[in-house]
Design a protein around this ligand. Structure first.
Ligand code: PLP
Length: 376
């Protein structure tokens, strides 16, 4: 469909084209010097000891779980209001998830109280997800993790460039996982990054990213090694040089683009303040968001489908973040009925409106006026 206002759009231009051309001309396509450069720059950007690139954030989450020895018999507490990969990564390891509720209709991040209620003798870790780039209550959650001896993973797929108390999201817990999927703030098509300040985790992740091999094809190409040993069960989760090159260009644009996303978000909040639509996060001034998406919550009893059809009629694309994971057929079959009242309310009433850094004010105003029309 040809949208007048798409949900998201890339900020790509000649810089990305040039970066890709340079990789092609170098004739070295897989994980090598450009990836190392991307990792070093990303680590510096989030002020973290290690940044390890992979092909997507789902792999990042999987390796994060493995690096913390999550396996059969363990439980990991995750938010149900997230993308399904947050929970799937735990299941890949043979462990089980326990779904926690969110804080409120205002704050759509995982509730520390609900985390506490889900702790059992089997709990090994917590995964938090910084919804739309708004920080979870990290000091409180870190305290819970410490008291109960639990590992902490941050699903920071929405959150590159976001911070709390000046500390970048994705560097609070033991491991952070970022996504560079097409519609994310930093996009390379497919791509992901693992961040950690722990040397032991970095070492495990690097091994498991490439078959548990002690040397890479790139090391042998450089003449640094002739052979390798396999010391662990690993995977092929490597990224390639073309996408790392795109990542380097996108990282340069990220700070400015996050600022623009923030401006648009605040204009949306102002434009919609006089309506009875719910505006999550608008009354919280916690840390700095990356404003990945713009969620609204329709008044109770509204027909969401009709609302989204109404937007589509005006050429405006919308989406839902998210259908709660515990309501999917696969998860219902696995775990039976689970009650998460706030998550379920948001799951039924949330709509995501267009937000992207190249969006002009006039497009935002068009969305606001169409939303007002549909509400009245
Ligand atoms: C996009 C996303 C992922 C998965 O990222 P991929 O890079 O597509 O694997 C995981 N968690 C959340 C919250 C996401 O938004």
């Amino acid at each position: 469909m040809d949208w007048r206002v798409p949900l998201a759009d890339l900020d790509y231009d000649d810089q990305e084209k040039e970066a890709v051309r340079n990789v092609i001309e170098s004739k070295w396509l897989t994980m090598g010097a450009v990836t190392q450069q991307f990792e070093a720059q990303f680590a510096a950007f989030v002020k973290c000891r290690h940044a390890i690139a992979v092909s997507n954030a789902t792999q990042a989450l999987h390796l994060a779980c493995l690096s913390l020895d999550i396996g059969p018999g363990d439980e990991v507490i995750v938010p149900s209001l997230s993308f399904v990969a947050t929970a799937n990564a735990v299941l890949y390891c043979g462990a089980d998830v326990r779904f926690a509720d969110i804080n409120s209709m205002e704050n759509l991040t995982i509730s520390p109280q609900s985390i506490l209620e889900n702790i059992t003798p089997k709990t090994k870790a917590i995964i938090v997800m910084h919804y739309a780039g708004y920080p979870c209550q990290m000091p409180e959650i870190m305290q819970i993790a410490k008291e109960h001896n639990l590992a902490l993973i941050e699903d920071a797929a929405h959150a590159p460039g976001a911070s709390l108390d000046g500390k970048p999201l994705g560097t609070w817990g033991d491991v952070g996982c970022f996504s560079f999927f097409s519609n994310k703030n930093l996009s390379t098509g497919e791509g992901g990054m693992i961040t950690t300040n722990r040397d032991d985790i970095a070492e495990k992740v690097k091994l498991q990213r490439s078959h548990g091999m002690t040397s890479l094809t790139y090391d042998r190409h450089k003449g640094h090694a002739f052979s390798y040993d396999v010391v662990d069960l690993g995977y092929n989760y490597r990224i390639d040089e073309i996408r790392s090159a795109l990542g380097i260009e996108q990282l340069k644009k990220l700070p400015k683009n996050n600022i623009r996303r923030g401006e648009l978000t605040k204009m949306y909040w102002q434009g919609l303040a006089s309506t009875d639509i719910g505006l999550p996060f608008s009354k919280m001034v916690q840390g700095r968001s990356s404003y990945h998406v713009f969620p609204v919550v329709l008044p109770g009893g509204s027909d969401r489908h009709a609302f989204m059809v109404g937007l589509r009629g005006a050429g405006i694309q919308s989406s839902i973040h998210y259908r709660p994971i515990h309501t999917f057929t696969y998860y219902q079959k696995k775990y039976g009925k689970i009650n998460l009242p706030i998550t379920e309310q948001v799951g039924q009433r949330e709509v995501t409106l267009p937000l992207y850094p190249t969006m002009g004010d006039e497009k935002m105003n068009l969305v606001v006026s169409q939303v007002k029309k549909l509400l009245s």
